[in-house]
Ligand binder design. Sequence first.
Ligand SMILES: NC(=O)c1ccc[n+]([C@@H]2O[C@H](COP(=O)([O-])OP(=O)(O)OC[C@H]3O[C@@H](n4cnc5c(N)ncnc54)[C@H](O)[C@@H]3O)[C@@H](O)[C@H]2O)c1
Ligand SMILES: [Zn+2]
Length: 408
Amino acid sequence: VNKSIEQMLEIPFRYQVHFTRNLFASENLILLDVVRPEGKRKPKIIIALDHGLLKARPDLSSKMKQYANDHDLQVIWPVLELPGGESIKQSTAAVEQVLEAIHLRGIDRHSYVIAIGGGAVLDAVGYAAAIAHRGVRHIRIPTTVLSQNDSGVGIKNAINYFERKNWLGTFAPPHAVLNDLDFLDGLDDREWRSGTAEAVKVALIKDRSFFEELEQLAPKLVARDRVAMERLVFRSAELHLHQIASGDPFERQSARRLDFGHWVAHRLEFLSDYRIRHGEAVAIGIAVDVTYCRLAGYLGAIECSRILTLLEGLGFNLWATELACDLEDYTHPRSIIRGMEEFREHLGGELTVTLLKDIGVPFEVHEFDLPLLEQGILELHCFSQRADLTPASLAEESGSRPKEAALV
Ligand SMILES: NC(=O)c1ccc[n+]([C@@H]2O[C@H](COP(=O)([O-])OP(=O)(O)OC[C@H]3O[C@@H](n4cnc5c(N)ncnc54)[C@H](O)[C@@H]3O)[C@@H](O)[C@H]2O)c1
Ligand SMILES: [Zn+2]
């Protein structure tokens, strides 16, 4: 009596990630090619724009209008101006605003929703585009280092919900991604630096030679060398795309290599009320995990030292007071270690955290030695406070040093 029919769907996804400059110059045809009509009907387009970007680039609206006129694009004006930064992900307001625009302006599954901005705006608009009509075409134009080299080129979107990072979201490959490197000139030093942590992350899990290249490029990156940043963005985006395609794009398994360093990062963002930027939190998360790797004997002291030195060389502060909160009490509501359980819940299944055996050689663990992790956090505190200490000298000391550091 029991019957079953096995249904099998294989759907290839393909999208282009373009790298360009001066995207809205009339002679730049990349955007035009991406929205070129398939039939006679010209597709409608709506545009959602990051307000922080507009402040840095007040000429942008008029340039876009000119471009649309020159190429006879059917943009439904005005653009939707959305607040930039994490606050946009903290409520459903922006998502509802985009949904309403999609509805009122008659955007269908052959129309386009273009999002221009940082990772937070792209995440919120991407989520709205993915759920409207079960998914309308979505074009991303990332404008920060982090969104160009990581978040904007992938297939995920989300907003924060139940006080959890990225709780509400979907996997939805974009129609296309257009990276205009000129946008990065408008970033302040902090945002310019923040996204470089994701490049270090992807180098550590995939490509030792890219890590070495980043060591060479670090002084130029700090000096805001555009060519060095162009290289970082391109190679990091390429490695992220490769990992997504070759791994487990819809994250059905528990391992999630691109989330290396992120169990601490997401928790720090939350505990600091998003004072710490995502990229800054990732740098600290990497520092915690590689220090732990060294103490646990997975990673050599020299490699650990190189990683911390590169992060510091890029200008990251590797300590945050939130790390110290109730380190002894793992069940305390503000304990950093609770981030591990939240990380497990988000991915589902058994706790699976990516760690390193060497630069470019990742592996997974399913549990942590918590006293050792605590020791690693204390060491990181000492390292970031005492200029005379190097990670290697800490490695020699670590066996004997008591927990004397007064954490602040
Ligand atoms: N979907 C994913 O796969 C994924 C991956 C990694 C990170 N993320 C998310 O990305 C977000 C972080 O993104 P972010 O680092 O781009 O920061 P952000 O989006 O918070 O932007 C930072 C600030 O820069 C401003 N800004 C944007 N472009 C600008 C420009 N060209 N010039 C001047 N100012 C500009 C914004 O208004 C904002 O104030 C986090 O919410 C994180 O969770 C998502
Ligand atoms: Zn990240």
